[in-house]
Design a protein around this ligand. Structure first.
Ligand code: FAD
Length: 412
């Protein structure tokens, strides 16, 4: 059996794994990345598309956002409709200038892969890590289709239910919530671009419309928890979206449905992101519903923080990885609280009798008007929503300077 060794084994080439791998290589570390999907399957998986201001600024400073900023769009307003009133939240202005970038996740992943390979990195595609076990000295050993991989550290960037979390004694479990509804998720052709994110708070249930590209939009429809897709044919989906979101006129109308699914709505935060030489980042440690567009953004923020902590730990700073865990668990809870608050605004309480719905909608309209108005509440919402401020991460090394950075080897 082949036995390989590396300093940092990264499991998963999603946004968290790719950003981490870029940064660690630039810090001169030996990094090995395993991804269970083939390259084409990885680069074809459409999920997120709304990226925070601070995340894109960070990627831009790394030189990893050239295509994103050339082809992506900036969005600083969203519309929330309720009881026939359409409220525009100008979060770009309310936050003092922070706006989203809209760029599909699969294109960002493609760009990160392209650049990683061009910079000399390698990714083992179609190569799932089957298990992670400790050796006699407590160092991780990864079982892969290419044989054993021995590492100083293994980082699970492998999404929810990952193999690295499974190697934690408690399975990296933590508190979670199953929401009393699910979302039907739809990618559809549209006849004109989505000018702004639109949320509908509606007596029949929430609906959402998000920009993706000029001719494709992402749509969401609240459905009962446990709903199956079979009862929803294309005409029913289109009719519900048009009705709840008030589409037509200047707003795009969904045409051909390119992809449909049902997202089980859950939030979860692991109690720990570190167990000895095992670490977690991104969805592997916390999953958040797409309500506030935070999952990918949090994954990149974890990677940026860990890319500072891991080299420090390898240089003998014993507290560096615990610091990573503390900062990023605190951030994960802030993100959950924001997304949970937004979900509460967008959905009526479960089981509310029809005669009480107008009252609940009217209360929500008050809250929508408050977050759209200038003042501390509007500013706080806007800053959280757009991801104002800066990501905490290591000093950024452009690739050209990487050779000047002291080279670290697998010996530690
Ligand atoms: P992932 O992207 O899940 O990557 C994990 C990778 O690990 C995968 O490529 C997987 O194949 C690989 N892997 C798993 N197990 C193994 C193994 N054993 N060996 C090797 N490889 C393995 N977030 C936002 O910020 N903004 C949005 O607008 C947004 N919209 C969303 C819309 C939808 C419909 C959905 C479902 C999610 C959305 N999200 C959004 C969330 C976002 O997509 C995720 O949070 C993000 O992908 C997390 O990145 P990650 O790198 O942690 O994990």
């Amino acid at each position: 059996m082949t036995i390989r060794s590396t300093t940092v084994a990264v499991v998963g080439a999603g946004p968290a794994g790719l950003v981490l791998a870029h940064l660690l290589r630039r810090a001169g570390l030996d990094v090995t990345v395993h991804e269970r999907l083939t390259r084409s399957a990885l680069e074809g998986a459409a999920r997120a598309g709304v990226l925070e201001h601070r995340v894109v600024e960070y990627l831009r400073r790394l030189g990893l956002a050239d295509r994103l900023t050339a082809e992506g769009e900036r969005h600083g307003r969203c519309e929330i409709s309720c009881l026939g009133e359409e409220v525009t939240v100008d979060y770009g202005a309310l936050s003092g200038g922070a706006r989203h970038w809209v760029y599909p996740q699969q294109l960002l992943v493609r760009d990160l892969v392209d650049r990683y390979l061009a910079d000399g990195g390698t990714i083992a595609f179609g190569s799932p890590v089957e298990a992670v076990v400790p050796d006699a000295a407590g160092r991780p050993v990864l079982r892969t289709p290419d044989g054993e991989l021995r590492a100083a550290y293994a980082v699970g960037c492998d999404g929810a239910h990952g193999v690295v979390a499974a190697a934690f004694p408690d399975g990296a479990e933590g508190p979670g919530r199953r929401y009393p509804y699910d979302w039907l998720t739809v990618l559809a052709r549209i006849d004109r671009p989505v000018a702004a994110v639109r949320y509908a708070v509606h007596a029949d249930g929430f609906a959402g419309m998000m920009p993706r590209t000029a001719d494709v939009g992402r749509f969401y429809l609240e459905v009962p928890a446990g709903e199956r897709l079979e009862g929803w044919d294309a005409d029913r989906i289109r009719a519900a979206l048009v009705h709840r979101l008030g589409l037509g006129g200047a707003a795009p109308v969904p045409g051909e449905l390119l992809e449909t699914g049902v997202l089980r709505m859950r939030g979860r935060v692991a109690r720990r992101m570190r167990h000895g030489r095992l670490l977690l980042a991104g969805d592997a440690a916390h999953t958040v519903t797409p309500s506030g567009a935070k999952g990918l953004n949090s994954a990149v923020a974890d990677a940026a923080d860990l890319a500072g902590a891991l080299p420090a730990a390898l240089d003998g700073d014993d507290g560096a990885l615990d610091g990573y865990q503390r900062r990023r668990l605190e951030a994960a809870w802030r993100t959950q609280e924001f997304s949970d608050r937004l979900l509460d605004l967008l959905h009526l309480p479960a089981g509310l009798p029809p005669e009480q719905r107008e009252f609940a909608l009217r209360l929500r309209l008050e809250r929508i008007r408050r977050i759209a108005a200038p003042g501390p509440e509007g500013a706080a919402f806007a800053r959280d929503y757009a991801g104002a401020g800066e990501l905490a991460g290591p000093g950024v090394w452009p690739p050209a300077q990487r050779s000047a950075v002291a080279s670290r080897t697998t010996a530690r």
